[in-house]
Design a protein around this ligand. Structure first.
Ligand code: GLN
Length: 211
């Protein structure tokens, strides 16, 4: 069955994610209001780049923060890019604000400085292939907890990481033709779907045992 991925579409570069995900053969659902989260069962969620303060504020006003946080805590796979990374961080360096706060990382906003903050490079992702990385007024990750896997580093700074069902990049994979990061995210989606299936099977076995 075609996987259904929600893409937060309140601000920022959401259209580019939709275009990229469609190239990977999945169906995208724009998330603009609370009911979009439940209209169809989502298999994954993307939080795009943009301006994290504006996005966080809009998510609060649209009452999206609580339900999205709950879905992520229940195990829904999520990909956060750039501002999306900041939305997921449990802590933002030198900033008291926390938005979703589900991922045990410390994000530093505009970490490369505001003027020289936009650049491109090529670096390894998950210790494998080198991929193009576009940084736009990007954050990087200052610190991670022990169970966070570091997926990419540039100039000694963490720029991609995963903790359980959450994967984040400081760069914008949706602005290149390389599909590596999106396919990586979709493997998390596959794993979560498999886990759900196994759970259903287990429940069915237990029910039939009770007869
Ligand atoms: N500088 C933005 C912020 O702090 C993030 C930039 C981006 O998403 N490209 O929210």
């Amino acid at each position: 069955m075609t996987k259904k991925i929600g893409v937060l579409a309140v601000q920022g570069a959401f259209y580019e994610h939709i275009r990229t995900l469609e190239k990977c053969g999945v169906q995208c659902i724009e998330i603009r209001k609370k009911s979009d989260l439940t209209a169809l069962p989502l298999d994954g969620l993307v939080l795009p780049g943009g301006e994290s303060t504006v996005m966080g504020k809009l998510m609060g006003e649209l009452e999206l923060l609580e339900p999205i946080r709950a879905l992520i805590e229940e195990g829904l796979p999520v990909l956060g890019t750039c501002a999306g990374l900041i939305l997921l961080a449990k802590e933002i360096a030198a900033d008291p604000v926390v938005h979703l706060g589900t991922m045990a990382i410390v994000a530093r906003r505009n970490a490369y400085g505001r003027q020289l903050g936009s650049f491109q490079t090529i670096a390894e992702f998950t210790g494998g292939r080198k991929i193009p990385m576009v940084f736009i007024r990007a954050p990087f990750i200052d610190a991670v907890s022990a169970d966070v896997e570091i997926l990419a580093q540039v100039d000694g700074h963490i720029v991609a990481a995963r903790q359980n069902n959450m994967v984040v990049t400081a760069f914008h994979p949706e602005l290149t033709d390389d599909l590596t990061v999106h396919y990586y995210f979709l493997t998390l989606v596959d794993k979560a779907l498999q886990k759900k299936k196994n759970l259903h099977r287990l429940t069915a076995i237990q029910v039939s045992d009770c007869r």
